[in-house]
Ligand binder design. Structure first.
Ligand SMILES: Cc1cc2nc3c(=O)[nH]c(=O)nc-3n(C[C@H](O)[C@H](O)[C@H](O)COP(=O)(O)OP(=O)(O)OC[C@H]3O[C@@H](n4cnc5c(N)ncnc54)[C@H](O)[C@@H]3O)c2cc1C
Ligand code: FES
Length: 257
């Protein structure tokens, strides 16, 4: 169920250049699921469209959730000026999220994240680890300064970090590491830039439990306007799916990237 609520900012800090971690509190947290996103209203009357940001961590016990976002242009820049005690108008939780029911204790899961696509993988890793699933994360960034959430992910399993320029971790893209693995994990969860998703989609095209979390420009964010459609490969099904409502998570091999 999509709710609308003024969430209270518990804290906000810059964890890397232009990348902010915001902790929010409110009733809505009890409904949040792994891989879903929030639609945040920018507190500026000229910004009519909400900004979609993934849920990075969920703490139902304390009624708090964490988002991690990069300042791109004006909307996210304004969000980054908010402080503890301020409120944000949020619609959510939205989207289908990652399906963790396909794995059980003793199974393996491979999490693949690129840049600002890494945040939703933290809660994914946490919940998989809690189920007894063996988690390996491969996360890629442009350079050392952009590396985020490595230590959080390490709490739940092995983490391999790549940087495009080799300034930290292994030089190359996530594929440099993933292509070296001998065993295929029981489930794959990926979130990142289109190029990275294309690689994961192709490599795990026929995997029964491989999932991509996708981005699209959104307007309503609740399935009504069709601003966010992606096209399915299988034309025998309804040809379009809405990223906000039917996604943002899709099985590999299902969507035209
Ligand atoms: C499902 C989903 C989850 C996301 N999760 C995160 C996250 O966890 N962390 C993070 O940093 N970013 C995330 N994004 C991208 C984030 O929504 C954009 O970076 C942000 O909306 C840019 O706003 P702006 O005002 O700074 O930029 P502007 O370019 O000024 O925004 C103008 C309009 O374009 C839209 N827009 C711009 N870039 C994107 C984009 N990449 N994807 C979708 N809409 C965009 C904005 O929402 C706004 O409506 C996510 C996007 C989607 C669709
Ligand atoms: S943004 Fe309106 S249908 Fe997805």
């Amino acid at each position: 169920m999509v709710l609308k609520e003024e969430l209270t900012i518990i804290s906000q800090k810059e964890i890397a250049p232009r990348i902010f971690e915001m902790v929010l509190a409110g009733e809505m947290v009890q409904d949040m699921g792994v891989g879903q996103f929030l639609h945040l209203r920018v507190p500026d009357p000229s910004k009519l469209l909400r900004r979609p940001i993934s849920i990075s961590e969920i703490d139902k016990e304390h009624g708090q959730a964490t988002i991690v976002y990069r300042v791109e242009r004006e909307g996210t820049a304004i969000l980054s000026t908010l402080r503890a005690g301020d409120t944000v108008d949020v619609m959510g939780p939205q989207g289908n999220g990652f399906d963790l029911s396909v794995v059980e204790a003793g199974n393996t899961a491979l999490l693949i994240g690129g840049g600002i696509g890494v945040p939703p993988l933290v809660e994914t890793a946490k919940q998989l680890h809690a189920k007894g699933v063996i988690v390996t994360s491969v996360i890629g960034f442009a350079e050392k300064n952009a590396v985020i959430l490595e230590e959080k992910l390490r709490q739940y399993g092995d983490v391999h970090v790549t940087t495009d320029d080799g300034s930290y971790g292994i030089k190359g893209y996530v594929s440099t590491v993933v292509d070296r693995f001998d065993q295929v994990a029981d489930a794959i969860y990926a979130c990142g830039a289109p190029g990275m998703l294309k690689y994961v989609d192709k490599k795990f095209e026929n995997h029964p439990h491989a999932y991509l979390s996708m981005e699209a420009r959104m307007a309503c964010g609740m399935g009504a306007c069709y601003a966010c459609v992606v096209h399915l490969r299988d034309a025998s099904e309804a040809a379009n799916k809405r990223v906000c409502e039917d996604g943002p998570v899709f099985e590999t091999g299902s969507v035209i990237l």
